[in-house]
Design a protein around this ligand. Structure first.
Ligand code: SF4
Length: 176
């Protein structure tokens, strides 16, 4: 998996969060799949579906079909990087193993002046001391939602932003 902030990996966190069902799906012979389970994988682009199946095969081979609850074990799987592992642990198992840094979290962290780092892993480690561990999982969701709704990439809506009084707007040259 690519951990870059600007590129979506072939096996996204969302896919992995639905891991157990997807894994069962990938390893089951086609005739026994229920329609609702088969649809998601089969609707994926071929390369993405291939990656999901490979990851699922790895989970079956190494962990008896159960998605591990450990960061190192997850990142040892084919196609699973730190971001995906954090998504799975935080959202599927409620384990705050880290802070998920996607393109929104990376962008907002920089604009808010929380870090000048650009590498997702470095951003994550810069954020960890700033956010209480019990809020790590929600913090990512907060930034992602805010990034989608207000602080979008091309033209953030700073005039409508509740964070505006506290935001240094690092790197923002165009806003509305
Ligand atoms: S003030 Fe502007 S740059 Fe800062 S968080 Fe809000 S929308 Fe983003």
């Amino acid at each position: 998996m690519n951990a870059g902030t600007k590129k979506t990996s072939s096996v996204s966190g969302t896919d992995a969060a639905s891991g157990p069902a997807s894994c069962a799906l990938a390893m089951m012979p086609r005739p026994s799949r229920s329609h609702w389970m088969a649809e998601p994988v089969e609707k994926m682009a071929p390369s993405k579906a291939k990656s999901v199946r490979e990851t699922c095969a790895d989970i079956v081979a190494k962990h008896g079909g159960e998605v591990p609850r450990d960061l190192d074990q997850l990142t040892a799987l084919r196609g699973v990087g730190r971001k995906t592992a954090n998504v799975v642990l935080g959202n599927a198992y409620g384990i705050p193993s880290g802070i998920v840094v996607d393109t929104h979290v990376g962008r907002l962290s920089q604009r808010l002046g929380l870090t000048a780092e650009e590498d997702p892993v470095k951003i994550e480690f810069a954020l960890q001391p700033l956010v209480p561990r019990e809020s790590w999982v929600l913090f990512s969701h907060w930034l992602i939602l805010h990034g989608r709704a207000i602080c979008n990439a091309r033209k953030p809506r700073c005039s409508q932003c509740p964070l505006a009084p506290h935001c240094p707007r690092v790197g923002v040259t165009l806003s509305q």
